[in-house]
Design a binder for this molecule. Structure first.
Ligand code: ZN
Length: 550
């Protein structure tokens, strides 16, 4: 290859890899000129050469493109990874964590938070923890602890230890007492309205000037359950005139009488989120936290709490919110939909929970790769589910067996069939995954899609034969593959099997598949040709599939 050609090839590959496998001619020219100024005057001659390479490269799979670029110009690939997943400042020991609240099943946004922390923890040979942030007994539910660990296992994440904030209630409550003794906190018995007004007007309430002894007495009474909910809280004594409202003597503990799923009614007083999360950073000695930008305003308060206990502040990297276009992504919205019954369950195909993606046939490695691709961007990202689908396709296309499914059938009677007409068709075009055999005789009926039916047209029944459609018959006219003849899918009427495909919008498509789907088992992911990839959900009387993507 000439030097110029190699240079073109390299930039075309790079451009294709950066744009979902499709390079564009216009983007290559500035790169070439950037490398060699003399080419400026030769743009006209360059264009056909670039076009030729773009055409070739765009036909390759992204994997092959990456493979080739790795040989040709590995520095271009590394650069991309560095931008997306930059090196974080770190010392010898790295300790990171994923912090789910056990109040919902994980969705794709949680997966992002988890995978990013996990990725760096492993990259730096550090420790990785799962911390259940279950300080609020009104939200934590037993079912979610196990479910979250199950989802993480499915995702391929492994951890060194699992921690529960609820295991630390005793020490936290003891340390809150210590803060009162140090005059860093006090018990406030004002009503909510008074507290809110005080914050707004930057005015201290009378409790702030109570003696330590009085505060300790009140705190004992809180612990003993002598107050009802809302009657007393513990507040940090910071600064009622602070410019950040979150710092105006925030609450760190309150009374909740709802039993906790792990500790029952043992405690009446619970630490609040900011206190508990900062405290745990000290227990776990976290060195880094990659988290969503939404927590920005909490940083000052959490750092204040770190300082109170001499906790080394973890390095915080804030990433932008991450949305899948057109999908309900927030955990709160998802929970509301499930609880109100608007969606059937946590794995409803409309949701972005990991359980929903699993049910649709998405592979954990695809989700993992997809998340890494989105990187540590600070900007709010709106990513199409198609990008995730492209990752999944890379994994399942090479292993998914091929079958036919007809949703809206028209029946044709086959005529003019030669004697003993039999064909054998591989279940996968490239891999040896078994075969389907068809024996066809005159008078057999096939179902084809209504949209494929054009009276008078000749078509190829894929893998089987060419026919001429005439009214309700399909006349055999040969079996050689003819270029430009449309290839359509079909199902033999006498051997059809009734199936249902649940679509991503939860609608159900009924139709017929060929008999070979009876050999499938639950969780198999297959392709219905010219329709899309689906996962087997139920092998009952009517076989049910969930649609993944095209
Ligand atoms: Zn007060």
């Amino acid at each position: 290859m000439s030097r110029l050609k190699e240079s073109i090839r390299k930039w075309v590959l790079k451009n294709a890899i950066d744009h979902d496998g499709k390079a564009v001619v216009g983007a290559i020219i500035p790169k070439l000129i950037g490398e060699n100024k003399e080419l400026k005057n030769k743009v006209k001659e360059l264009i056909p050469l670039i076009k030729e390479e773009v055409e070739k490269v765009n036909k390759m799979s992204i994997d092959d493109q990456i493979k080739e670029l790795k040989d040709l110009a590995p520095e271009l690939l590394e650069k991309k990874e560095q931008q997306l997943l930059p090196d974080l400042p770190h010392g010898k020991e790295v300790r990171m964590a994923f912090l789910p609240e056990p109040s919902k099943h994980l969705h794709i946004g949680h997966a992002k938070a988890c995978i990013m922390n996990y990725y760096y923890a492993r990259k730096y040979n550090g420790k990785f923890f799962i911390r259940f942030e279950d300080s609020n007994p009104e939200k934590a539910k037993l079912e979610f602890y196990d479910s979250i660990l199950e989802d993480l296992k499915w995702l391929g994440v492994d951890w060194d230890e699992v921690h529960y904030i609820s295991d630390y209630f005793d020490v936290m409550l003891e340390d809150i007492k210590g803060l009162i003794e140090r005059d860093k906190a006090y018990v406030c018995t004002c009503d909510v309205e008074t507290i809110r007004e005080g914050r707004r007007l930057k005015k201290a309430c009378p409790c702030r000037s109570n003696t330590k002894e009085e505060n300790l007495k009140r705190y004992e009474r809180m612990l003993e359950g002598k107050y009802s909910e809302g009657e007393a809280i513990v507040r940090l004594k910071i600064d009622m005139a602070h410019k950040n409202a979150a710092m105006r003597d925030p609450a760190i503990a309150r009374i909740i009488l709802t039993p906790h799923p792990r500790t029952g009614s043992k405690y009446k007083v619970y630490p609040l989120y900011d206190f508990a999360t900062a405290y745990m950073n000290g227990v776990e000695k976290l060195t880094h936290r990659i988290r969503s930008k939404e927590f920005e305003l909490k940083k000052e308060l959490q750092d204040y709490i770190h300082d109170l206990f001499g906790i080394k502040k973890p390095f915080i990297f804030e990433i932008g919110r991450f949305n899948l276009e057109g999908k309900i992504a927030s955990g709160r919205q998802i929970r509301e939909l499930v609880e109100s019954g608007e969606v059937s369950s946590w794995d409803d195909p409309r949701l972005t929970t990991l359980k929903a993606y699993k049910r649709r046939g998405f592979q954990p490695q695809a989700i993992f790769n997809f998340i890494l691709q989105t990187g540590l961007s600070k900007a709010e990202a709106h990513v199409s589910e198609d990008v995730l689908a492209a990752e999944n396709r890379k994994i399942i296309d090479p292993i998914a067996k091929r079958y036919f499914f007809v949703h809206d059938p028209v029946t044709l009677e086959l005529t003019n069939i030669p004697e003993n007409y039999e064909v054998e068709v591989p279940l996968h075009p490239d891999k040896n995954l078994g075969v389907k055999t068809y024996a066809i005789k005159n008078g057999d009926k096939v179902l084809i899609e209504r949209r494929d039916y054009i009276n008078g047209k000749t078509v190829r029944l894929k893998d089987l034969m060419n026919i001429e459609i005439k009214g309700k018959t399909g006349k055999y006219i040969g079996n050689e593959i003819i270029k430009d003849m449309s290839k359509i899918h079909w199902v033999l009427d006498s051997k059809k099997v009734k199936v249902v495909v649940v679509m991503p919008d939860a609608s159900e498509l009924e139709g017929y598949a060929e008999e070979y789907v009876l050999d499938l088992k639950v969780d198999d992911v297959i392709q219905f040709e010219r329709f899309g990839f689906v996962r087997v959900d139920d092998m009952g009387e009517v076989i049910r599939f969930y649609f993944a993507h095209k």
